[in-house]
Design a protein around this ligand. Structure first.
Ligand code: ADP
Ligand code: MG
Length: 295
């Protein structure tokens, strides 16, 4: 089952094309990152899914059916930052949120426990750190135990400790079987937290799928030899690498991370009549991969 499936979604704000034919689908149980630089259309995408915005064209389904009130009730989100009362405690604030969202308030203590705010549940909101405020916002999404959670840049503005807490919480929610859809402009966040990703650039989908496939780090082996033509010939018959390129009069072989065996490449060349005069293993960083994808 797909939790969310968007099909050729477009959104124009006047002359601005915020989304331009975006198609992907979110598998059940995934942590699905919508990744892209600022202005790439992430918030617009989430706004459409939550029926705050109407698409200009295209369509989407929730739980494989046409979206309605009922399907949206299975989704917890805080796209609009909840207005918590500064002089009220976490418990009192969540009672109000539950009433507004028409969710039961019997699980307030439970959701506060999940976001690790039990000890401070009776303190005034105004005494909370930014990270605690953000965790309370997440707690408000958890009211009524929705299967799906949607977060827009959930770690924005937090310090490193606050960021680590939110990321840990997201992983924990996934272990409870929830599907999480989150927008982020941070590549390393998506890499650390998400199982799947859709990359947006200026409203267009660049790539979508399994994080390990889309953001895979490659090992690059650079080879040089006095006779490059002969090297190219024999390397064509070698197996194990995904891609081959020429760069600065060297051959670059792209291997999946950790599968490279320099000794066997060297031996293969020698046994096939080529003596290498250059051989180096390089790591291709995620940043360069992202740069390649978005430029
Ligand atoms: P992101 O969340 O990835 O930063 P947004 O979805 O907020 O991107 O914005 C995508 C594009 O749409 C940007 O160019 C932004 O300026 C534009 N945009 C967003 N909201 C509006 C609006 N209400 N009116 C006009 N332009 C908008
Ligand atoms: Mg945004």
């Amino acid at each position: 089952m797909s939790i969310l499936s968007v099909d050729n979604l477009c959104k124009n704000y006047g002359a601005v094309q915020a989304l331009n034919g975006v198609t992907f689908s979110v598998p059940k149980g995934s942590v699905f990152g919508i990744l892209g630089p600022n202005g790439s259309g992430k918030t617009t995408m989430l706004g459409i899914i939550m029926d705050i915005l109407k698409p200009t064209a295209g369509s989407y389904t929730l739980f494989d059916t046409t979206p309605d009130e009922n399907s949206r009730r299975k989704i917890g989100t805080f796209l609009e930052t909840p207005n918590f009362y500064h002089y009220l405690s976490a418990v009192r604030n969540l009672k109000i949120t539950a009433a507004i969202k028409q969710r039961g308030d019997e699980d307030i203590l439970q959701v506060l426990e999940t976001v690790n705010l039990t000890e401070r549940k009776d303190s005034r909101f105004s005494t909370y750190s930014l990270g605690m405020k953000q965790r309370l916002a997440i707690a408000s999404c958890l009211l009524g135990n929705p299967d799906v959670l949607i977060f827009d840049e959930p770690t924005n503005g937090l310090d490193p400790v606050g960021i680590a807490e939110i990321r840990e919480l997201i992983k924990q929610l996934r272990q409870q079987g929830k599907t999480i859809i989150m927008a982020s402009h941070l590549l390393d966040e998506v890499e650390k937290v998400c199982t799947h990703v859709a990359i947006l650039k200026k409203g267009k989908l660049i790539a979508a799928g399994d994080v390990n496939e889309i953001l895979a780090n490659d090992d690059i082996v650079e080879l040089g030899a006095p006779d490059m033509e002969k090297l190219k010939n024999i390397i064509g018959r070698l197996t194990g690498y995904n891609d081959i390129k020429e760069h600065d009069n060297l051959l670059q072989l792209f291997y999946p991370v950790g599968t490279t065996n320099l000794e066997s490449i060297n031996r293969y060349c020698f046994e096939n009549g080529v003596v290498l005069n250059y051989m180096q293993l390089k790591k291709k960083s995620l940043e360069s991969k992202f740069f390649e994808l978005t430029n």
